[in-house]
Design a protein around this ligand. Structure first.
Ligand SMILES: Cc1cc2nc3c(=O)[nH]c(=O)nc-3n(C[C@H](O)[C@H](O)[C@H](O)COP(=O)(O)O)c2cc1C
Length: 191
């Protein structure tokens, strides 16, 4: 597996890493072969410990892999890689290798045995801590046990700056680019 040389540790700031765009979730089968699934439904769930939830339909190949291994990766793709990212949501890992199909580079996780995606500027490694059974989809809640980002996407305070890479939002069946920065949280607080 490839080595990532351009990544910095995000762990000190992960508790403040709110609001997720469109993500690519990585998982692995019983022999460690990686798979990728496009996920539009994801959310931060708690700050301390930092946890992330992803909604995965019961029929997805990835569902069984995540449930069995108890680990998954949350990778935030760039708009520049949207074609490969979209493909991961159109074909199943049951039928072929999506790393090969997309050309995405697998890099080893630091704390989990699931590959992460080198081309994604943000890589969050999660251990499954809770599964909420809600019907068509299970919400897998994972604790973030390692978090890295491309150095170029991170501010001097160690936070991911969404204006430093071309992230993507999925919105009612379409992909959209994030808009302009409108203000800091709390800008309306009484002074
Ligand atoms: C933009 C986009 C967002 C998606 N979001 C979800 C999602 O949140 N949950 C889900 O179960 N499937 C979602 N899908 C569908 C899966 O990514 C798709 O069925 C995929 O092929 C499943 O791969 P697998 O069989 O290898 O697990 C999404 C697909 C796209 C294109």
């Amino acid at each position: 597996m490839a080595e990532a040389t351009n990544k910095v540790d995000l762990r000190p700031s992960i508790e403040h890493f709110y609001s997720f765009p469109f993500v690519l979730v990585t998982c692995a089968d019983e022999v460690g072969k990686g798979n990728i699934i496009a996920i539009g439904a994801s959310a931060p769930c708690s700050a301390n410990p930092p946890t992330i939830g992803i909604a995965v339909a019961l029929r997805r190949y990835s569902h069984g892999l995540i449930a069995a291994r108890g680990e998954f990766g949350v990778n935030i793709p760039r708009a520049g890689d949207l074609e490969g990212a979209d493909l991961t949501g159109c074909v199943s890992g049951r039928d072929g290798d999506k790393f090969e199909a997309t050309g995405f580079t697998a890099i080893a996780g630091q704390a989990i045995s699931v590959p992460m995606i080198a081309e994604c500027p943000v890589n969050l490694e999660c251990k499954l801590v809770h599964t909420a059974k809600l019907g068509s989809h299970d919400w897998f809640i994972g604790e973030v046990v390692a978090a890295r980002a491309d150095a170029a996407a991170v501010t001097s305070e160690g936070r991911v700056d969404p204006t430093r890479f071309d992230g993507v939002f999925s919105w009612w069946g379409e992909y959209c680019a994030p808009g302009e920065r409108l203000g800091k949280w709390g800008f309306a607080a009484p002074r």
